[in-house]
Design a binder for this molecule. Structure first.
Ligand SMILES: [Zn+2]
Length: 692
């Protein structure tokens, strides 16, 4: 029998769960006259990108349009051919299966021939991130997309948005396919369960949603497994998917309740789980107990935690009650939540252990907590927390004083403004492109036998050019920041860059290139020191953000330690940048990160946020940019779509229509919220002016 996921694959727009924005955009194209657009769908595996692309393709070529909601009729020849995989007007290309660029190009060339009037063809390129293996394929596709033959629509799908070249992305309509939010997951699973005659409960479905990460295909897979010959209950799900950690958590919390410090520590360290995840689970259970047991609210923060047996939860509360007889447990708990340390993504495991030890000590010495003064700033970092406090407690302007430069200019060091530029460019990089710095390079002019100033300049700018060129070839884009400073009496360049993925072929090519670039000009015996490179190999996004900011701090170590902000930035051991003379440019950047490059990306009033400019120091290193990247993409897509809608409404060339269009543009522009008030999935700080 077919799997649940295949049986219930949606065949029309109205059957797609969630994804309001993407569905509306695509169905609108059909309703307005089967309009061809070039599209990029991005999202996790199993989120439904391919399904959506197929519906769009069918609807675009359906012979019976208009059909309600823009969906395909599923009955005409074209719809049936696509359904049977025999269509001549819909082609699915699996990018990784092409062995080289030439093969892929000849396939696309053969499909992209002009269609006759009114005839449509969709070329669907799945797993498009693997095109990055052949950087020239992006240039080729860019041309195809810019001048498509009539009736041809290119549709790309990818799990790694950032690997698609920015130039190509900018010509496509980008639609994010996100995991479903919990209520939508439950509604969706209920619908399927009903159609399949499976008995379920909402709590069990919430567990399934958590196990499937809110991705339709994964959730249906879990549902299929747990519904085999049984009703779907919480116990049934727990029995099949072993949530061993809830048992450990229960023991840990009972030890907390009893104030048994030794036992808490034992359990915590014997618990075989990533330290960050342990801390997260403790936070979540703390909040869950607060809402359910202490406030009597039914609020699901995490379905797995919510599914813990009521008797276990009662045991925890009893343990606390017995120790803190007269104390008000609820306010004690509020004290605990307030005392919870700020967990930022750049904390090392060791620091987490220190924080947890401190936390346990506080819980065990109960009297101290009730009087504890809440710490400044948010308790949770946006990237780590499952739940966030609705109001961001900002420190006041006065407390934040010390942000501005208070030191006279010292030519030996990087200035406050230079460091500010570097930090803002680094933050912008992740907000706009979703990527992080992962390479640190030092190029030493003295080991290339440079004597004169002009030789040094030529060498260092030559390197920057060559490196930019290489990066474009390897990964399709180049983002880097550079600082020039002195080392051993000679000028060197320190560069941080976004490089190829570790373990990739391009990564190895880059290492080789570093050791071979102008090798014969290097000082004999010291060839390896002429260019040194530090390459991070982490794949996890929280760690990537940590190493991103580590790189920026490394780059800025030439700042004057006398600047009050120096300490706040937690810069590594100071390096003197050295007096380069007033004419030489101290810092430079790739085109994408220069002021004009950044301005290009800010069209449609999409100004980036800057924790540095706003002196929101709590947010400097906590990785909010990752979330902002997704929100920003979405908002950009929306604004682009709104502009298109207006320009479609009023044909060009007619004076009256031109006037109307201009007026409506003006109104649209006014309706866009400023950068602090754009729709977001995380809580940004307040605009600085409103804090005072
Ligand atoms: Zn049809």
């Amino acid at each position: 029998m077919e799997s649940l996921a295949i049986r219930h694959r949606p065949k029309g727009f109205e059957r797609v769960a969630g994804q309001g924005h993407a569905v509306e955009f695509l169905s609108q194209l059909i309703i307005e006259g089967q309009i061809c657009r070039n599209i990029l769908l991005y999202g996790a595996i199993g989120s439904g990108k391919t399904t959506l692309a197929r519906i769009y393709a069918k609807a675009l070529t359906c012979e019976q349009q208009p059909f309600p909601g823009g969906s395909p009729c599923l009955d005409c020849k074209s719809c049936r051919d696509i359904g049977a995989g025999e269509a001549t007007n819909f082609h699915e290309l699996d990018a990784p299966s092409y062995e080289n660029f030439v093969q892929l190009k000849s396939k696309i060339d053969s499909l992209a021939l002009g269609a006759s009037k009114g005839w449509r063809r969709v070329i669907f390129i799945d797993e498009a991130q693997s095109l990055a293996r052949y950087p020239q394929s992006f240039d080729y596709l860019l041309k195809k997309v810019e001048e498509p033959n009539e009736g041809i629509s290119y549709c790309f799908a990818t799990t790694a948005f950032e690997k698609i070249s920015p130039a190509l992305r900018s010509r496509l309509h980008c639609l994010e396919i996100r995991p479903l939010i919990l209520p939508d997951c439950i509604k969706y699973l209920e619908r399927i369960a009903e159609a399949e005659n499976i008995k379920t409960s909402p709590d069990a479905l919430a567990l399934i949603a958590a196990l499937g990460d809110g991705q339709p295909r994964n959730m249906l897979h879990v549902l299929e497994v747990v519904s085999r010959n049984a009703d779907v209950t919480v116990d049934r799900v727990r029995q099949i998917y072993n949530f061993g950690y809830t048992e450990i958590l229960t023991r840990y919390f009972i030890a907390l309740g009893q104030g048994d410090f030794r036992r808490q520590t034992e359990i915590f360290f014997q618990w075989n789980e990533d330290a960050r995840e342990k801390v997260r689970l403790i936070q979540v259970l703390m909040l869950s107990l607060y809402y359910k047991e202490l406030c009597g609210l039914s609020l699901t923060i995490d379905p797995v935690i919510a599914s813990m047996a009521p008797s276990d939860r009662a045991q925890i509360i009893t343990a606390f009650r017995e120790r803190l007889k007269e104390a008000n447990l609820k306010s004690f708990w509020e004290g605990l939540i307030q005392a919870w340390p700020v967990i930022t993504s750049d904390l090392s495991e060791e620091s987490l252990f220190i924080l947890i030890t401190d936390f346990q000590r506080r819980v065990s010495a109960a009297s101290e907590i009730v009087e504890h003064v809440p710490p400044e700033g948010p308790f949770f970092s946006p990237t780590e927390a499952a739940w966030r406090p609705p109001v961001d407690k900002m420190t006041t302007r006065q407390q934040r004083r010390g942000g501005r430069s208070e030191v006279g200019k010292d030519p030996r060091y990087l200035t406050y403004d230079q460091v500010k530029d570097l930090f803002n460019a680094a933050s912008f990089l992740t907000q706009e492109y979703g990527c992080q710095f992962n390479i640190r390079v030092t190029v030493r002019s003295r080991l290339f036998g440079c004597d004169t100033k002009s030789e040094v300049s030529k060498l260092l700018s030559g390197f920057a050019h060559a490196f930019t060129d290489r990066l474009n070839k390897w990964i399709g884009h180049s983002h880097w920041l550079c600082v020039q400073e002195f080392e051993d009496g000679a000028v060197c360049s320190r560069i941080i860059a976004v490089g190829p993925q570790p373990d990739s072929r391009e990564f190895k090519m880059m290492q080789k290139w570093f050791s071979n670039w102008r090798k014969n000009e290097r000082t004999a015996g010291q060839e390896e020191q002429a260019i040194t490179a530090d390459l991070t190999s982490t794949q996890k996004s929280a760690r990537k953000m940590k190493s991103h900011w580590d790189s920026v701090r490394w780059l800025c170590a030439g700042m004057n330690p006398a600047e009050p902000i120096y300490k706040r930035l937690v810069l590594p051991k100071s390096r003197q940048a050295g007096d380069l003379g007033s004419k030489r440019r101290r810092h430079s950047a790739s085109e994408s990160l220069t002021p004009s490059g950044m301005a290009d990306a800010m069209q449609h009033e999409m100004e980036p946020l800057s924790a540095f400019d706003d002196e929101a120091w709590d947010h400097l290193y906590n990785g909010w940019e990752l979330q902002e990247f997704h929100d920003r993409q979405k908002e950009k897509g929306q604004r682009q779509a709104d502009i298109h809608a207006i320009s479609r409404k009023y044909p060009r060339g007619d004076q009256e229509q031109d006037e109307k269009r201009k007026r409506e543009y003006g109104e649209l522009l006014k309706s866009w919220p400023d950068r602090y008030r754009r729709p977001r999935s995380w809580y940004a700080w307040h605009p600085p002016d409103e804090v005072d």
